[in-house]
Design a protein around this ligand. Structure first.
Ligand code: AMP
Ligand code: GLY
Length: 432
């Protein structure tokens, strides 16, 4: 089976790897891919945001399934265009992708369908937002409406910082159109959980994946700026059966119902960023795609045939798929990032120690993210997040030990490589 996978991060490498485990052989094409995906199939040098070129590629190659990884092409309507051209696609159209692409729309959607979330006020005018801010006590949670590559949210106790952010978003438009509207919302306390589900409004079904936790802040102890994610583990212990049932009944079921009621064709992943508060799960945000780096930690645990599931969703037959099967062993995944990330960083740095990973075992995995092949065929860095190293073991503690022991060997490295040492530490007694 011929597939086109759009994107070039760790998520797409993990998706391609998991598709390769299917009982059905596949031929994979990635746009643009990375040095890791080059080992699984063909990379085509087309960016994930170049809709016209992606459409032309798909029309020429006629893949039997297109899997769209990132949010930007989904929000721009890539899935709609591909479907209109008669292709099968995993990923929602622009209407469904609004769940992620407009935080204001997502908030209104949650209100229409009684989905629990933080209380918020939406502003169209910078002065009105600033006036409102002056009357509030911290912590302040401020969100630009549109897509801002993970940088559109500020959580702070410092009112002056909040003021500056509002001015930058609304007056200076540092995120462009994404800052036309702005939300100030209630601060919620609790543990964050990434809750992903296969969603298909055609057959009317939503099937949760295993829950995961990611680490958004750059530095240990959740300090420093937000990033795309510095590591993830699955499953978090707090997600017991009762909470999983509540997540299904209070979040996923009404989300599916809402999408159907509003006539939205949604075939892809619904990812609810939850916070588990004292009164239950609340939705912080939706994403319309697989999470990165959650996917890299989740897919090694998936025993079901991913290709069958992606195809069933794309064809609107999710309802006939039954339950997903998972390895009971937990996983812990750590992101190896460039020195300056998420600030400016160098690219094109050579990578050492990759051979050591070619012989990946069944409990240790390496996924490439921001890597590239230099002209001489060597792997070099090409982004902020370079690799994901994932271990599975009988417990979170054992998986943690396995992944950090591997990294401590110090074989896999590049100049100024950096990673957090506290991924999943909160799950292990005696570690914070
Ligand atoms: P978002 O992009 O909406 O997930 O926000 C980025 C991060 O900001 C989240 O992962 C949370 O850590 C934090 N955050 C967002 N909204 C809230 C909230 N209402 N209360 C507390 N923290 C929040
Ligand atoms: N890991 C967070 C995200 O994919 O948005």
């Amino acid at each position: 089976m011929k597939l086109l996978i759009v994107g070039g991060g760790g998520r797409e490498h993990a998706l391609g790897w998991a598709i390769g485990r299917s009982s059905r052989p596949s031929q994979l094409c990635f746009a643009p891919g990375n040095a890791g995906t080059a080992q699984l199939g063909t990379n085509v040098n087309i960016g994930a945001e170049d809709l016209a070129a992606l459409l032309a590629l798909a029309l020429k190659e006629q893949p039997e399934l297109v899997v769209v990884g990132p949010e930007v092409p989904l929000a721009a309507g890539l899935a709609d265009q591909l479907r209109a051209a008669g292709l099968k696609v995993f990923g929602p159209g622009a209407a469904g992708a609004r769940l992620e692409a407009s935080k204001v729309w997502a908030k209104e959607f949650m209100a229409r369908h009684q989905i629990p979330t933080a209380q918020e006020v939406t502003f169209e005018e910078c002065d009105a937002a600033l006036n409102y801010l002056e009357q509030q006590a911290g912590p302040y949670v401020i969100k630009a409406d549109g897509l801002a590559a993970g940088k559109g949210v500020l959580v702070t106790n410092d009112r002056a910082e909040a003021r500056t952010f509002i001015n930058e978003v609304m007056r200076d438009q540092i995120f462009g159109q994404a800052g036309t509207l702005l939300i100030i919302e209630e601060f919620l306390e609790g543990t964050e959980v990434s809750a992903l589900a296969f969603c298909d409004t055609i057959s009317g079904s939503i099937v949760p994946l295993e829950p995961a936790c990611d680490y958004k802040r750059a530095y240990e102890g959740d300090a420093g700026p937000n990033t795309g994610g510095m590591g993830a583990y699955s499953p978090p212990a707090l997600m017991d059966e009762a909470l999983r049932n509540r997540m299904m009944q209070e979040v996923f079921a009404p989300t599916l119902r809402g999408l159907i009621e509003e006539g939205i064709d949604y075939r892809g992943i619904v990812y609810a960023g939850l916070i588990i508060t004292a009164t239950g799960p609340k939705v912080l945000e939706y994403n319309c795609r697989f999470g990165d780096p959650e996917t890299q930690s989740l897919l090694p645990r998936l025993k079901s045939d991913l290709l069958d599931w992606l195809e069933a969703v794309a064809e609107g037959r999710l309802k006939e798929m039954g339950d997903l099967e998972w390895d009971t062993r937990p996983s812990v995944g750590v992101v190896l990032a460039a020195g300056g990330y998420p600030g400016p960083y160098q690219k094109g740095l050579p990578v050492q120690g990759l051979d050591d990973f070619e012989s990946s075992t069944t409990d240790l995995f390496l996924f490439h993210a921001g890597t590239n092949l230099a002209e001489n065929g060597a792997v070099v860095t090409n982004g902020g997040r370079i690799f994901n190293v994932i271990a599975m073991d009988s417990s979170i503690a054992a998986a943690r030990t396995r992944v950090y022991n591997k990294l401590d060997e110090g074989k896999l490295r590049f100049e100024e490589m950096r990673y957090r040492r506290d991924i999943a530490a909160r799950e292990v007694k005696g570690e914070v």
